[in-house]
Design a protein around this ligand. Structure first.
Ligand SMILES: O=C(O)[C@H](O)COP(=O)(O)O
Ligand SMILES: [Mg+2]
Length: 421
């Protein structure tokens, strides 16, 4: 897996024009060219700075354009063709800069008239990027160490109701979950620092419970406090969590943006739990936007330790094979000497029933399995919800079918009845 010398990006394109001509327009627009030839773009300059087409493979035709507004060639009967294209750029165009990488590989090309579909599938970066950015400081091993979970998944939850609890009500729920043996708890992304549940007050109340539980049992439950905000706010909130003995902070990636995440990555002395809310607008249309395989690399390099990947049979619209491809991507090294592995977080409509499928598909338990409704709505209460997830994972990892294991594990049996649909 040698890092390339040039920046490389793979795309899926759809066009009514000749795909090579369209890809040339895309390469030109994203490097030295524009819509007409310009005198300054000499052969020497192009040699130095132009993006190149490294590969182009046509993969078929479609009846109708996927996106509105695309142009058509004069021959209006021309087929609409799809192709996979790899472009490359010299690193000297931008240097190892993540914000400028974004403008280069995922900038103006999505709206070029030549295309009725354009999706970024993957990126590969020269090793200078690994030297410039921190990458995850904690990753799997650091998270396991801080959470005191040597093997198996981190069984986790999201505070639910997502908003509405005050600090003390949140702490009361945390006490119950700690007693039930949970490993990981997070704020919902909708909860940050509103007047009804101020960040500092929540941290103080929750950490009193977590520290007290740790003093008595030796187990410090990891709580990801959502510090999403402006840069100074995030730094101040981070310091408050650290002072109170907290072991994780959370940020909404699309809210803090790339620069926010880079700054947080450089600053943070705690693992960063990266929430991907908003992902749908980047990915839901199959012929537009980003593949998670490409997108997650940017955030890992910026410093994300945990990356949300949705979950099997989730409440959203993503198919299971895409969820597993995303989780595998987070576990795939980015550079030989800087793997930047992030721990995948399965979350969204998860409950005991998805444990075997998740373990079988991923082949590892190096993950956080977070169930909000899947724990809170257990008919015998959240403690039984936690037990049901633990039992489901024990069954999955010892290759016992859930229904068999449920015969003498009541919490699991009741969960399977409840979350059957
Ligand atoms: O922030 C999250 O991960 C979601 O709110 C998950 O909630 P759920 O487990 O109830 O779907
Ligand atoms: Mg949520």
């Amino acid at each position: 897996m040698a890092a390339p010398q040039r920046i490389e990006a793979d795309y899926l394109i759809e066009t009514a024009f000749d795909p090579r001509r369209a890809a040339e327009a895309m390469a030109g627009e994203q490097s030295s060219g524009t819509f007409v030839a310009i005198p300054g773009e000499t052969p020497e300059l192009k040699e130095r700075s132009a993006a190149r087409i490294e590969a182009l493979e046509e993969i078929g035709t479609v009846e109708a354009p996927s996106l509105p507004g695309a142009g058509r060639p004069k021959d209006d009967a021309a087929a609409i063709r799809r192709a996979r294209v790899t472009l490359s750029w010299p690193i000297d165009n931008i240097g190892p800069s993540l914000p400028n990488l974004l403008a280069t590989v995922a900038g103006n090309l999505f709206e070029l008239k030549q295309f009725s579909g354009l999706r970024l599938l993957d990126i590969r970066l020269p090793a200078v990027f690994a030297a410039r950015y921190p990458g995850p400081r904690f990753g799997i091993s650091g998270t396991r160490r801080l959470a005191g979970v040597a093997e198996g998944p981190l069984i986790g939850t999201i505070v639910k109701p997502s908003v509405g609890f005050g600090a003390q009500e949140t702490a009361n729920l945390v006490r119950l979950l700690c007693t039930a043996g949970i490993d990981f708890i997070k704020d919902d992304e909708l909860q940050s620092d509103g007047p009804h549940c101020p960040f500092d007050t929540r941290v103080d109340a929750v950490m009193r419970v977590i520290n007290d539980h740790a003093d008595r049992t030796g187990k410090k439950v990891m709580f990801a406090f959502n510090l999403t905000g402006e840069l100074d706010e995030m730094r101040r909130r981070h310091d408050h969590v650290l002072e109170r003995g907290g072991t994780c902070v959370m940020a909404s990636l699309n809210s803090v943006g790339l620069v926010g995440m880079i700054e947080l990555g450089r600053f943070s002395a705690l693992p960063i739990h990266a929430h991907r809310n908003g992902w749908g607008y980047l990915s839901r249309a199959p012929m537009l936007g980003w593949s998670y395989v490409a997108w997650q690399k940017i955030w890992r390099l910026a410093g994300a330790d945990h990356m949300h990947v949705n979950g099997l049979a989730n409440k959203f619209s993503e198919a299971d094979d895409s969820v597993i491809a995303s989780a595998r991507a987070c576990l795939t090294p980015m550079f030989d000497d800087r793997p930047c592995i992030a721990m995948p977080v399965f979350s969204s409509g998860q409950s005991a029933k998805q444990a075997p499928g998740t373990f079988a598909a991923l082949g590892t338990a190096d993950l956080i399995f977070a169930a909000g409704g899947g724990i809170m709505a257990h008919p015998d209460g959240p403690a039984a919800g936690v037990a049901s997830l633990r039992e489901a994972w024990d069954a999955a990892m010892t290759d016992v079918p859930l229904a068999d294991y449920a015969r003498d594990h009541t919490a699991l049996a009741r969960a399977l009845e409840t979350y059957a649909a």
